[in-house]
Design a protein. Sequence first.
Length: 149
Amino acid sequence: MTQIQLIVYATDFSEGSAHAAELASQLTRLHGARLHLLHVITELHDRQWRGIPGGLMEELAREIKTQAITDMHGFAQRFFGNFEGELTTDVVIGPAAEEILAQAEALGANLIVMGTHGRSGVEKLLVGSTTERLIRKSMIPVLTVPERG
């Protein structure tokens, strides 16, 4: 059995991610593992932004990433303020499933934890599912945690 030494917890900062944050924290403590919090900014990767001039897009990306880093610090403080282990954070831009997997592989993670929103029907078809794409592509185990309603 693989020993869990590093858990990547991917979050979108939503209220529904609280249960997944709690489980990621508990698993990290139980295994004496390190925890890496990851947020992926997906909106700047969308095709609709292609018509915006490069300089303006770069400035917008910097501003959005700066705000996301601030949000990450607040999220980490709120949900992991009393965390006693090794905790790192990162904010990246790109397609969510691909970036989560790339970060987890680069860090040598043994487990990926993420919350799910429980979309179904037309919404799922239109929005797609980051979780499903990640599970299909990942060789690293993925623990999905449903959002509490």
